[in-house]
Design a binder for this molecule. Structure first.
Ligand code: CAA
Length: 386
């Protein structure tokens, strides 16, 4: 099948592949073991346009489309999922939302710094007691007579929280109104009233730093509201639609790495006098891995294509993005599980990257909407029922 990728799309895929193979893959084991944030590699990705793939050149980005984003993300995730988490949050959850809902001044200030890789961006929605039920947030922004807001509360599981300069924050401005009482703010991590908690130790994507953040009488100016007051929940949902395409791409990249390693291994490893790939039980696993990988790729490209149409004024792509993320993340968990099983003891050993792929895959079923939330979004949209 020819997707008719353009020269530009293939070019950014090539750039991503080159950096992924030359810079990211060689240090992936080190970053996983130490949990050290890969700042230098992130800067290199930024200089090469990969921190703002869909950001127009006038705001410091590569000016490419959602398909290019998918192709580049897959290459980065195939080298290291942790790097691709940082890339994905910067591109889809940070830049994407400001481009769509921000003022010209906000785009110049926040998007440019992140797209050029000079600063790191983050997205602060989740709280200790509100994950899937995002409207149950308690973080509060109280409007003052002078038009400024005083923000108090906690946000948890903030990807890149320990290192980010700027955050898109969601806070309640009118708790009586529920989802319609949430407002999005641009927050500066160096300002008084902003505190970072300890970096969370995690099962996978260990070099993608995650922490809690806390606001104690943090003052946001009126021009730091993103979009309109009370529109924050819709902004979060709309940004997450794009984010889910990024996570689907991440899942595909790490699945592809596990699949390719397995293909080589089943041809080399012998048992009972034959390569293990000649046994039907192994062949069935290989065939199923291939089907799940290809299905994930096609569905993710479809979601990206739909997003491209949405960006030009077309319909929402919430269902397509949820279908892609659900399929690709569950495929990633299954593929890495089978890859580990086929590798046997070597798959369980830290001598090979297979156990890392397996650990990294799990998060794709959890963040940016769990598999349960993706099913809920798909079924609600399909049936029209709630
Ligand atoms: N785009 C635009 N608007 C949307 C939308 C979308 N995709 N989805 C919903 N809305 C609008 C609705 O139209 C509705 O608008 P009205 O008030 O005008 O009718 C409003 O938002 C409320 O919608 P719902 O009634 O459907 O909201 P809900 O409370 O039932 O929640 C949900 C829906 C799907 C469960 C949602 O809360 C959800 O997606 N939860 C998961 C949250 C999530 O993904 N968290 C991830 C954290 S971020 C992260 O992981 C980042 C990281 O660090 C990597």
């Amino acid at each position: 099948m020819d997707f008719g990728f353009t020269e530009e799309q293939l070019m950014i895929q090539d750039v991503a592949r080159r950096i992924a193979q030359e810079k990211i893959a060689p240090s992936a084991e080190y970053h996983d073991r130490t949990g050290e944030f890969p700042l230098e590699n992130i800067r290199t990705l930024g200089v090469n346009g990969l921190m703002g793939i869909e950001v127009p050149a006038e705001y410091g980005g590569a000016g490419m489309d959602p398909i290019s984003y998918v192709l580049a993300m897959i290459e980065i995730a195939a080298a290291d999922a942790a790097h691709s988490t940082i890339v994905s949050v910067n591109n889809s959850l940070f830049c994407n939302g400001i481009l769509k809902f921000g003022t010209e001044a906000q785009k110049q200030l926040y998007v440019r710094a992140i797209a050029e890789g000079r600063e790191i961006g983050a997205f602060a929605l989740t709280e200790p007691q509100s994950g899937s039920d995002a409207t149950a947030m308690r973080c509060k922004a109280t409007k003052q007579a002078d038009g400024t807001y005083v923000i108090n509360g906690k946000k948890s599981w903030i990807t890149s929280g320990p290192v980010a300069k700027y955050f898109v924050l969601f806070a309640m401005t009118d708790p009586e109104k529920g989802a319609r009482g949430i407002t999005a703010f641009m927050v500066d991590g160096d300002r008084a009233g902003f505190h970072r908690g300890k970096t969370e130790p995690k099962l996978g994507i260990r070099a993608s730093a995650t922490c809690e953040i806390e606001f104690n009488d943090y003052i946001a100016q009126a021009d730091e509201v993103l979009g309109n007051e009370g529109h924050g929940f819709k902004i979060a949902m709309s940004v997450l639609d794009a984010g889910r395409i990024g996570i689907a791409s991440q899942a595909i990249g790490l699945s592809r790495a596990a699949y390719e390693a397995t293909l080589s291994y089943v041809k080399e490893r012998k048992a009972f006098g034959q390569p293990i790939g000649s046994f039907q039980m192994t062949q069935a696993k290989i065939a199923d891995m291939k089907c799940k990988l290809d299905a994930s790729l096609v569905l993710t490209l479809r979601a990206a294509w739909q997003k491209g149409k949405h960006d030009k004024g077309g319909a929402r792509f919430s269902t397509e993005a949820a279908v892609a993320k659900l399929t690709a993340s569950e495929a990633a968990m299954w593929i890495t599980h089978q890859a580990l099983q086929i590798h046997g003891g070597m798959g369980y050993s830290k001598e090979m990257p297979i156990e890392r792929y397996f650990r990294d895959a799990k998060i794709t079923e959890i963040y940016e909407g769990t598999s349960e939330i993706q099913r809920l979004v798909i079924a609600r949209n399909e049936t029209g029922l709630r």
